[in-house]
Design a protein around this ligand. Structure first.
Ligand code: EPU
Length: 440
């Protein structure tokens, strides 16, 4: 992994930054554009590597993509699409993303076939795609394994079938939506994920002509329609990025106004922030987060699907919890392997131990498995600078926060991965007066 940053820590981060569209929505809305044989326009699109990757994947399928980065406007014309000429190029590109599996439904509808490469993404667990495959196969797709990827065909079209997800997977819910909108018949999806990013995807699909209703009990009903048209939509903002900067404010005893942060998608985060002792103020344009001075409080916490506390906030929050007085217990219930990043925190002086047991919450899917998915954090501890290699996107940003909070100098390697989901993070760090310098 590339990119090295010298960080002189121990200085509060103070100032204003802006967050734009949510990475985990924008990439899916880009795929949805494939369903229509005309132009879709998406606004507030952040300049992050995941957007580049999905743009390139679309272009390999003949889609015209035009991105005005400064204005955040992305125009996608999918009028003339085809399968990629070379699977090797798509395999290389997909190396860094989990989005290609979502191309399946739209391509099967438009072309009757799809080529799906092996998937990449962050190494935070096994991340299987069994739920996705079951939906596609139940709807009538046939799978022909091919070397590194798979070829799917649906020569008789796709037909709706009831879908029940054994776990409310975000990706499998999106897979069902993108496949069911143009399938013949009505799909009743139970056990669905209902994250705000999914609700925004449903809004996009409705603008395109889809008929979708969402009940309060994780049931989504989709009436298939024969054709869809392009959309115009402004993305919801990135609540993971907003929460990450909020944790940076807490860990460095700083004060950060996150323009663009929205209260509702961050509701469960804000409750936890308040319990720890962090202060926030919601304004019309964003949320100001700050450390009020004095002690922070340790807490028990469990990550969960929406409306619970997101797994993606867990890693930056753990860094802030190293500065809280007492024992915090964090039970990770979404991914089996999301505490690897704590090794570096321990090297920096934090007191964190990880356990296989389900601690501090109800038993989860990993109760009888051998995964270290609970963490006990004893604080406050003075962090000190270290040489660290970032492991994944959120873990990487969390290491950066730890380096900024630590006394002394750190060398953080592999920071290029952070560009996948944090727009212009170097400029933002400088705007917050951080002492950072890119050395490679
Ligand atoms: N799962 C299965 N089988 C499947 C699909 C999922 O067992 O077929 C399991 C996963 O292994 C995991 C759990 O279900 O244990 C949840 O996975 P989910 O499908 O919800 O996650 P995802 O769609 O792959 C998205 C985000 C993640 C975010 C999760 C949970 C994108 C591109 N990624 O992943 O974001 O953590 O939802 O909210 O939308 C990130 O942004 O850093 C990131 C990892």
């Amino acid at each position: 992994m590339n990119g090295k940053l010298r960080v002189k820590g121990g200085k509060p981060l103070n100032g204003t930054i802006t967050v734009r569209g949510a990475k985990n929505f924008v990439s899916k809305a880009m795929v949805a554009a494939l369903l229509a044989p005309d132009t879709s326009v998406l606004r507030l699109v952040p300049q992050i590597r995941d957007v580049d990757v999905v743009s390139s994947l679309l272009e390999l399928h003949g889609v015209e993509v035009d991105y005005a980065a400064a204005r955040g406007v992305l125009a996608i014309n999918a009028s003339d699409i085809h399968l990629p000429a070379s699977p090797s190029r798509i395999n290389t590109l997909a190396g860094s993303s989990r989005i290609p599996i979502l191309f399946a439904g739209p391509l099967l509808h438009r072309l009757g076939e799809a080529y799906i490469p092996d998937l990449g993404g962050c190494h935070i667990g096994d991340r299987p795609v069994d739920f996705h495959m079951k939906v596609l196969e139940d709807f009538g797709a046939r799978r022909i394994q091919e070397g590194t990827g798979m070829h799917l065909v649906a020569d008789k079209g796709l037909k709706a079938k009831p879908v029940h997800l054994p776990y409310p997977s975000v990706g499998a819910t999106e897979q069902t939506l993108l496949t069911a909108v143009m399938a013949e018949g009505i799909t009743e999806l139970t056990g669905a994920a209902v994250e705000p990013e999914i609700k925004d995807l449903i809004s996009v699909l409705q603008k395109m002509g889809a008929i979708i209703s969402v009940d309060t009990d994780r049931t989504i009903r989709i009436e298939g329609v024969p054709e869809l048209q392009g959309y115009q939509h402004t993305s919801l903002t990135d609540r993971i990025e907003a929460g990450s900067w909020a944790c940076a404010a807490l860990a460095t005893r700083g004060d950060i106004y996150v323009k663009g942060a929205g209260q509702q998608p961050l509701a469960s985060f804000l409750n936890v922030y308040r319990k720890i002792g962090g202060k926030f103020e919601v304004t019309d344009d964003g949320i100001r987060f700050w450390h009020p001075g004095g002690e922070l409080h340790a807490i028990p916490l469990q990550t969960d699907v929406h409306p619970g506390f997101m797994t993606d906030w867990q890693q930056p929050l753990v860094v802030a919890l190293t500065q809280a007085s007492g024992i915090s217990i964090v039970h990770e219930t979404v991914y089996e392997n999301r505490f690897g990043f704590t090794d570096a925190l321990v090297e920096m002086g934090a007191n964190v131990e990880v356990y296989r047991e389900c601690l501090g919450g109800l038993p989860c899917r990993f109760a009888s498995e051998n995964y270290r998915h609970s963490a006990v954090i004893q604080g406050p501890t003075q962090l000190h600078g270290a040489d660290i290699e970032v492991p994944d996107l959120r873990g990487g940003f969390s290491h950066l926060i730890a380096a900024l909070a630590a006394e002394g100098e750190s060398m953080v390697s592999g920071i290029d991965i952070i560009d996948r989901g944090y727009e212009n993070f170097m400029d933002k760090l400088q705007a917050l007066d951080a002492d950072v310098e890119k050395v490679e």
